[in-house]
Design a protein around this ligand. Structure first.
Ligand SMILES: Nc1ncnc2c1ncn2[C@@H]1O[C@H](COP(=O)(O)OP(=O)(O)O)[C@@H](O)[C@H]1O
Ligand SMILES: [Mg+2]
Length: 142
């Protein structure tokens, strides 16, 4: 699925994800610096009724937000972490937790590992296009 959306149209992407993703999902957000990975996560948080600021979890690796409906949204920034470090920290066990797991800078090695142990990994490639973005969603659930 390919969706083009400006900042004001991000609900188009969020709505598509809400229709197609199960309550437990791992989503790799791919795109250069400033592509819009954190912004999409913020839009999801807003639609889930999460109050307060959703920032890039650069210094904490993971942040967890509780939504009003009791579900959870997890946000990861793995930029400074290589695959071996990720495995040593045991962070992959986090993906078992119920909720959507939005991953910035997840490596191909991590994706291959997760698929190897039986997870579906949704990927969203974000490409800037003037004052909007093109979101290419590759979703094993559809
Ligand atoms: N769909 C969009 N349309 C227009 N601008 C966007 C869109 N998504 C994000 N941006 C803008 O791009 C900039 C970088 O976004 P950010 O989410 O911080 O990128 P990343 O997390 O990929 O580094 C921000 O100024 C943000 O407002
Ligand atoms: Mg970011």
């Amino acid at each position: 699925m390919e969706i083009q959306a400006s900042l004001l149209e991000l609900n188009k992407v969020v709505d598509y994800l809400q229709i197609t993703l199960p309550s437990n999902a791992i989503v790799f957000l791919r795109g250069d610096l400033a592509a819009g990975k954190t912004t999409l996560t913020q839009a999801i948080a807003k639609e889930k009724g999460i109050e307060g600021e959703v920032t890039s979890p650069t210094f904490s690796l993971q942040q967890c937000y509780a939504a009003k409906d009791g579900s959870h949204l997890y946000h990861y920034d793995l930029y400074r972490l290589d695959h071996d470090e990720f495995m040593q920290l045991g962070l992959f066990e986090e993906f078992e937790k119920e909720g959507w797991h939005m991953v910035e800078w997840g490596s191909d090695a991590l994706k291959a590992f997760l698929e190897g142990v039986g997870y579906n990994v949704v990927t969203i490639d974000i490409e800037p296009s003037n004052n909007s973005r093109i979101y290419r969603i590759i979703n094993a659930y559809t």
